[in-house]
Design a protein around this ligand. Structure first.
Ligand SMILES: [Mg+2]
Length: 261
């Protein structure tokens, strides 16, 4: 029997090791946090429902606004593009699988012009167009992506997808000068976006606490003039958590921001 001990001992050790609960894997890959966010966008019916909810509120408000309209100017709706009218979650999925990050693959993705409409966006904007309300697309995509962006809007059947109504980033990411340009000839009655900067530049370049306080101040505008779309994958809210912090360890900052009990 003794002569078999040398064979059984490694098997015993292997068995004990296999039965031990595995320690949770350390999340070092910054893209790991994107997995659940991207799955929420691509798999959660709740995400789709939230987008319909946003555009249904938009339609409800537009009907009210049209009923009460006394403006001498033409009416306009302003929308952001990414994660407001176009779904770029396949770009996020690519980043996760390739362990890459923006700007890698962004240009390639945009040039495919294959992003699909966010649920409810195309229907709502077409409804607005039928009512004589024009849509302006104000996006911080770079100007080099102009033709592909226009093609992508057209392929999804978005109204007013033309060079007058598509305003991409030129010298500044601040959208206020572009909104002011629209205001010269139009009354902007509704704004749609997934970033607070899509509504006012008051929200730009602020830390989390200040953004939160500004939302409290402007709370009556949400669902009334400002319609917010959900985007758990990226946004100014992420950068806002790092206000004034230089770090190579983003995970530790995220953990420090958690509110526990
Ligand atoms: Mg956006």
């Amino acid at each position: 029997m003794k002569k078999y001990t040398f064979l059984l001992l490694p098997l015993f050790i292997l068995g004990v090791t296999a039965c031990q609960p595995k320690a949770p894997q350390q999340v070092n890959d910054a893209n790991e946090k994107l997995v659940f966010a991207t799955l929420f966008v691509q798999q959660a019916a709740e995400f789709k429902a939230l987008n319909y909810q946003a555009y249904n509120i938009g339609k409800f408000r537009l009907d009210q606004i049209l009923n009460e309209n006394k403006s001498t100017k033409k009416l306009a709706v302003v929308v952001d593009i990414d994660e407001t009218v176009l779904d770029n979650s396949p770009f996020e999925a690519k980043s996760i699988l390739e362990k890459s990050s923006y700007p890698a693959y962004w240009k390639e993705w945009c040039n495919l012009a294959k992003a699909e409409s966010i649920s409810g966006a195309q229907e709502f904007l077409s409804y607005a167009a039928e009512k004589g309300v024009e849509t302006f697309y104000i996006s911080n995509r770079k100007i080099e992506l102009y033709d592909a962006t226009l093609a992508n809007l057209i392929s999804n059947g978005f109204p007013h997808a033309d060079s007058t109504h598509l305003l991409l980033r030129t010298s500044t990411s601040d959208k206020e000068p572009r909104r002011d340009l629209v205001r010269e000839n139009y009354d902007i009655v509704l704004l749609f976006g997934d970033n607070l900067g899509d509504f006012s530049n008051l929200f730009d370049n602020k830390g989390s606490a200040e953004r939160s306080a500004l939302v409290e101040e402007a709370k009556a505008e949400f669902g009334s003039k400002f319609i917010v779309l959900p985007n758990p994958m990226y946004g100014a809210w992420d950068a806002a958590m790092f206000d004034g912090i230089e770090t190579n360890n983003k995970d530790s900052v995220y953990k420090a921001r958690l509110k526990s009990f």
